[in-house]
Design a protein around this ligand. Structure first.
Ligand code: NAP
Length: 186
């Protein structure tokens, strides 16, 4: 019996679309897109039957931002997860099953060690832009308990997502293009 599902596993590849092995692209899609959907489909029916359940999908601020170069698939995969979470949230409203997408910005974990970009991101972004993993987890837990469809921890991250949403596409893309250049990804 599974009462709570946290789809958290994830990683990124930042070498560029053409330089990344097709199998690595397929693995990103499997781990961060296919697996969360299959697991939700597997466990949600039992949760609905018991009238209680929690599904927390760890997406990313990247899913609320325009596309970036270098890690071409990461943002779109996270956008998909946000939208899919919101749809399932609506569908399961009133059943006792809560579904939430958590959209963290830069968070201190092993993520940037695993993708080999620790030095670049630390140099490009000041300490105050980084959040602790425990804080991000608490925000996600509280949002899921409150049955919010999505949550983005941190005022600065919400400001960036708001800017990206309201700026014309051309300007929003330029804003994020600067990010990819700063990280030497394009
Ligand atoms: N850190 C950030 O700045 C940040 C920002 C926004 C969103 N996120 C998202 O937060 C989630 C958690 O990442 P994190 O920051 O905690 O990074 P992390 O410290 O690198 O942890 C990633 C986790 O995913 C697991 N994982 C990676 N590839 C896997 C695979 N092929 N199969 C099964 N498990 C796999 C890892 O397991 P192993 O240790 O066994 O490999 C590890 O437990 C991810 O979905 C990421 O996209 C992170």
């Amino acid at each position: 019996t599974v009462d709570a599902l946290v789809n958290n596993a994830g990683f990124s590849r930042t070498a560029g679309f053409l330089q990344t092995d097709p199998e690595a692209h397929a693995a990103m899609i499997r781990v961060m897109l296919t697996a969360p959907i299959e697991l939700a489909r597997l466990f949600a029916p039992g949760m609905v039957e018991r009238g209680h359940g929690r599904i927390l999908n760890v997406a990313s601020l990247a899913g609320r931002m325009p596309a970036t170069g270098g890690d071409t698939l990461y943002g779109p995969i996270k956008s998909f997860l946000i939208k899919a979470s919101q749809g399932l949230h609506l569908e399961l409203r009133g059943t006792g099953v809560h579904v939430t997408a958590l959209c963290p910005g830069y968070t201190l974990t092993e993520f940037h060690d695993a993708n080999g970009t620790r030095a670049e991101v630390s140099a490009a972004y000041p300490g105050w832009m980084w959040q602790g993993a425990d804080h991000v987890a608490r925000v996600g837990y509280a949002a899921c308990e409150a049955n919010r469809p999505s949550v983005t921890p941190g005022a600065m991250n919400n400001l960036l997502a708001g800017l990206a949403k309201h700026l014309p596409d051309r300007m929003a893309l330029a804003m994020v293009g600067g990010h990819a250049k700063r990280l030497k990804r394009i």
